[in-house]
Design a protein around this ligand. Sequence first.
Ligand SMILES: [Zn+2]
Length: 416
Amino acid sequence: MQVCIHRGSKEIGGSCVEVVSDCGKRIVLDLGLPLDAESNDKMYLPNIPGLDGSDNSLLAVLISHPHLDHFGLLGHISGNIPVIMGKDARNILIKAAPFQRGDWTVPALGLNFKSETPFELGPFKITPYLIDHSGYDAYSLLIEADGKRLFYSGDFRMHGRKAKLTEKLMAHPPEKIDILLLEGSTLGRLENHETFPTETEIEEQLATVFAETTGLTLVHTSAQNIDRVVSIFRACKRTGKTLVIDLYTAVVLEATGNKNIPQSDWPEIALYIPENQRIQIKQNQWFNLLKRHLKNRIFIGNLKSISNSSVLLFRPLHIHDLENADLLKNAFYIYSQWEGYWDKEENEYFRDWIDKHKIPKISIHTSGHASPADLKRFAEALAPVRIVPIHTFMPEKYQELFNNVELNADGVYWEV
Ligand SMILES: [Zn+2]
């Protein structure tokens, strides 16, 4: 079995790995958009034969989890290539796509992962393991072929709401791993001894701020970070606040197919549709979609009257509505996603908006990725013969943590 990291050996984002069996059949693990890509352009597609559907030695593309830097280039490949991923992850991408700008088409064709249930694909035997990550329905993958065993960690952590999944994998790890392709997002961002707050600690921090805020609380996060939405919801419940979501968030939460995840018809939730989402609904005639989520709908006047007991799952598309309705008095803004996005140039107008209205801002966030110490625990549990860095800006740092590291550059084919 041969492996080629097409992108990711020395960067976070754009992850893509090709695995080739001795008989020439191939699979691709992830097909992500690079983080520094200016647009979702076809020019970023890695040079892998058959992505246009012309080569049947390419059996499938497997997507570990629904983050752009792992699936973003799927729209550029032939619809005849099976795309294998989690069922709920696929559903989230399909349902979220119409709300996004650009072409985020996700081919519906392909098997769904079932955790710990192996399946065969030509000469490959693949076993997915559901794992804790900030992306929903995320998997690590065990790939077996030609008597060799490759374990692809995907993105993972052990301080989220599903930490037990990672702990379970480490307690009963697959045996005799030849290669562990191990993500290392936090290397160089966190000292080797430092750790992240747990998602439960994030819930506590949120609840403290919610309790003290006398105006509308704005929490800026990704609706697809389901763990975080749950933390926000639980902090709302603890402080007697209503969580106000928009239609996009309602649709994403519904797409999880998980009845334990907050939904638009729960009594502690309200649906407020921002003006430009109303236009989007009209233009696209999403009236049936809207109907399904109408139960707790409120309008801007209602939101004004309950602003001191409400937490808005905020996105920049809300700013004109909030301004026009004079909803910013005593408002408090919580930034609850990766700091790297805050400094992006495209957010300048938004940073200015916060300044202009003198809205107090704090950050409450934890990483979707394992700390260096947790990476070490993970590697020790899986006990691979060799560890190959991926999804990291600091491949050279692996040698500080592990003694069996093999660096493999982008575009090079190597033997497992
Ligand atoms: Zn991820």
